[in-house]
Design a protein around this ligand. Sequence first.
Ligand SMILES: C[S@@+](CC[C@H](N)C(=O)[O-])C[C@H]1O[C@@H](n2cnc3c(N)ncnc32)[C@H](O)[C@@H]1O
Length: 211
Amino acid sequence: MAKMKYDLKRLKRHLRVIRDSIVEKSKGLDFSMMKLTDNHFPKNKSSNYYGYFMTTEDTIHEGLSRVPVNPAESNFLDVGCGKGICLKVACEYGFRKVAGIEFMPDIAAIAKKNMSILKLPAEVFEANALYFDKYADYDVFYFYNPFNATIFKDVIAAIDKSLTERPRTIYVIYTSPTSHQLWMDAGFALVDGYTDQNRGTQVNIYKKSTL
Ligand SMILES: C[S@@+](CC[C@H](N)C(=O)[O-])C[C@H]1O[C@@H](n2cnc3c(N)ncnc32)[C@H](O)[C@@H]1O
């Protein structure tokens, strides 16, 4: 019975991906996980990096609604932004500045095209999160399991350092938080959490302040 329920949920998810990709195509958009090729996965880079999976709009909406900031006075960054669905939602949410980092050139190009078709003011940096030097500009960060602990350790250290460069309160929304302990080790507090209704994945929200 439980397996049947699970299979039905999966089937619904797949049907939704197909429906969304048809709707998107008619507008020239491409956020879905359809039509992914080897060029869209960081296989040749190393196994430290994971490939493209899309957050659903509901999931990121819920995360943003749980973060107690005034979007009009806060900047949002999706680290490993994929095709940019979270940038779209953050723009709709009214964040003052919205950006994403994506290191796979083909995926970054699709994200840029999506933002351009939708006429959204989100910036897409084609860059590796490890070497990104503008973390201090952002207040709310989003991660959907883009890389493993080896990379996360350095990215968390860079974000943590940015709290000294520009003292502020930051929030981190982290879907599928396999590197949860690293945030705790860096002095972030786990302030909230919820289950993504589509995949049943855990989403954690962390906070750290230097004010
Ligand atoms: C699971 S997807 C999430 C995409 C998007 N954030 C979303 O939720 O729809 C992770 C993305 O991170 C990218 N990525 C992985 N390692 C990265 C790195 N070091 N720097 C920038 N992007 C990276 C992958 O190419 C992939 O597109």
